[in-house]
Design a protein around this ligand. Structure first.
Ligand SMILES: O=P(O)(O)OC[C@H]1O[C@H](O[C@H]2O[C@H](CO)[C@@H](O)[C@H](O)[C@H]2O)[C@H](O)[C@@H](O)[C@@H]1O
Length: 406
């Protein structure tokens, strides 16, 4: 993969504005300062005494935590106060009028794809693997792996995940894919592609097979900071039963799925207090996970744009990108594709949710079915092409035979 981009560095480094911005809110500065140096913790901001739970209540963290992966029952109530539990399917069906099943609308999607190059982007957790209590056990099924491998035979395919690139590669194990870890802040192409190092955020490295590769890492300067925050968070949450902190290289995940709900304010406050010392880091919410990331203008949507450009697929008339994901961080990618009707976002959800996606799939098993349908469709298209061309050749031979006889 040739990693190329003419975008400026996405690092947002205006300390004054960062100081003004409220913690946890992504500052969207319209400029950047490439080459600005990183020197550990920066800018002292007034600190409150830790342990004041008012902070996480007043800034909405707790509400976001509660709604991040709501149980079915709760969502039914929120979605439509008048429906009872048995009416869930009605609520879901009415939601699906707005976000139809990508399986039921498969033919329609493919009719848009005629003569276009399809590129497939997928999230990992909750999309290719089911959500489970232990993040280390989010194993992809063999059936799903085989479906993804087959898709990658026909279409450029990338996995864009909140996990570190190494971790997701260990879980997926397919060398023929593009991987974007840490919410797109760590991008590597398939090992058999030529790479170039003409971008300031590209570095040479070696992959797990020892081959030289180019990595695109727009948040590289944050590595020591993320490492430090990871260690602090591990230490500060160790007394919270069920809490788990993961180091994803350019971001940190603090899981509360296995923490008693009574202790959610404690874990939220703990993360909040640590982040007070790091105005260049921000917080986002995933499914029962608090995610700490650098304040840079980069996300899964930007990663999709970067990959499309790197693959020479940024000409929107010719290309149909499809992005499949289940989480809030995937919304950035859905937004990019929705803009200018560039491609299709598919939300994986078994409950109604606000989304910028166009279509929906219920769960990873439907994702697998969708991927298999893509492969079948492509094979059929190729068969038709070859049958047409052989008919054409036979026709041409027959005509020339007739002409010789004359
Ligand atoms: O972008 P993704 O690939 O969806 O990664 C987002 C987070 O995924 C993982 O956590 C989620 O899945 C876990 C395993 O099923 C589940 O236990 C957890 O509650 C979910 O939030 C991963 O562990 C996180 O670090 C990622 O940020």
């Amino acid at each position: 993969m040739e990693l190329k981009s003419n975008q400026a560095s996405p690092v947002l480094t205006d300390p004054a504005s960062l100081n003004k911005s409220k913690l946890g809110i992504h500052s969207r500065l319209p400029y950047s300062q490439p080459g600005a140096s990183f020197s550990g913790k920066c800018i002292a901001i007034p600190r409150k005494k830790p342990g004041k739970l008012d902070d996480v209540r007043s800034n909405g963290w707790l509400d976001a935590m509660k709604s991040s992966s709501p149980p079915r029952k709760k969502l039914i109530k929120d979605f439509n106060a008048d429906v009872g539990l048995d009416d869930f399917d009605i609520a879901y069906c009415s939601w699906m009028l707005k976000y139809p099943s990508a399986l039921k609308y498969f033919e329609k999607i493919m009719s848009e794809a005629k003569k276009k190059k399809i590129a497939i982007f997928s999230d990992y957790d909750g999309t290719l693997s089911p959500i489970v209590d232990d993040p280390d056990r989010a194993i992809m099924s063999d059936g799903m792996r085989s479906a993804v491998r087959n898709v990658a035979k026909y279409f450029p395919t990338a996995i864009i995940t909140g996990r570190s690139r190494d971790k997701v590669y260990d879980l997926v194990g397919l060398t023929e894919l593009y991987y974007a870890g840490s919410h797109g802040m760590d991008i590597m192409g398939p090992v058999d592609h030529t790479v170039s190092d003409d971008h300031p955020n590209s570095i040479k490295s070696t992959d797990q097979q020892g081959k030289e590769v180019n990595l695109f890492q727009p948040a590289r300067e944050f590595l020591p900071m993320i490492d430090e925050v990871f260690r602090t968070l591990v230490e500060n949450t160790k007394s919270i039963k069920g809490a788990k902190v993961e180091n994803h290289k350019f971001c940190v995940s603090v899981h509360y799925r296995n923490v008693d709900e009574k202790s959610w304010p404690t874990i939220a406050q703990c993360v909040h207090d640590v982040l007070k010392d790091y105005p260049r880091l921000r917080l986002t919410h995933g499914r029962k996970v608090l995610e700490v990331r650098p304040v840079i203008d980069w996300n899964k949507g930007k990663a999709v744009e970067f990959l499309l450009e790197s693959l020479g697929l940024s000409d929107s008339d010719d290309v149909l990108p499809i992005y499949i994901g289940d989480d809030r961080s995937d919304e950035d990618a859905f937004k990019v594709l929705r803009k200018g009707n560039r491609g299709y976002g598919i939300l994986v959800s078994s409950v109604p949710k606000e989304t910028k996606a166009f279509y929906s799939l219920r769960d990873p098993s439907e994702v697998q079915e969708f991927l298999l349908s893509l492969v079948r469709w492509k094979k059929l298209e190729k068969e038709l092409e070859s049958a047409t061309s052989s008919l054409f050749t036979k026709g041409a031979q027959a005509t020339s035979g007739l002409e010789k006889e004359r």
